[in-house]
Design a protein around this ligand. Structure first.
Ligand SMILES: [Zn+2]
Ligand SMILES: [Zn+2]
Length: 171
């Protein structure tokens, strides 16, 4: 499935191809770094949920196509070993997180850049339900049932399969 991308002000637009709606893909991360990032770009209210979580979907970076306003694409890194965090510099809309090594074809696409249209369909309706809540140790308030304190092995395995598929696609 393809999903349109649009930053808050509309200057940066694009499309993400082949998003999987497979159950369990969608993850909410409550880690300090993700929270700090949302605050840093001034988007805490739009990005973070009540627990300080960020809703991300794994995608292959090669499937992310920016069609308008690529000059607004900005990247930052909050810690030396942290993820690369891409955002639209025009209005601060978070786009995606990627691993700091370009050989790892993995991006966590953040819900804030996805344009779910005016059809009234919910994020859950389009992307499927959230599969996992992780990094609950940094979460705020009452966390959803089953929230993992850290990063569960299952998620790492998920990412590895995903990485492998990404690598195959690059050939
Ligand atoms: Zn913008
Ligand atoms: Zn995080």
């Amino acid at each position: 499935m393809d999903i349109a991308m649009k930053c808050k002000c509309g200057s940066l637009r694009g499309v993400v191809h082949d998003i999987s709606s497979r159950r369990g893909h969608r993850t909410v991360c409550m880690c300090d770094d993700c929270q700090a990032y949302a605050h840093y770009v001034g988007q805490a209210e739009t990005v973070l949920d009540a627990n300080g979580g960020t809703d991300v979907v794994p995608v292959a970076p090669a499937n992310v196509e920016i069609t308008h306003g690529i000059e607004n694409l900005k990247c930052l890194r909050l810690t030396e070993k942290g993820m690369l965090r891409w955002y639209a510099g025009c209005c601060g809309t978070p786009i995606a997180n990627t691993a700091p090594i370009s050989k790892i074809p993995f991006a966590g696409l953040i819900h804030s850049i996805m344009d779910f249209g005016d059809g009234g369909e919910s994020r859950d309706g389009i992307l499927g339900p959230i599969g996992m809540y992780v990094q609950g140790k940094s979460g705020i308030g009452t966390l959803p049932q089953g929230t993992y304190q850290k990063f569960p092995l299952r998620l790492i395995l998920h990412s590895m399969v995903f990485l492998f598929v990404g690598l195959l696609k690059r050939q």
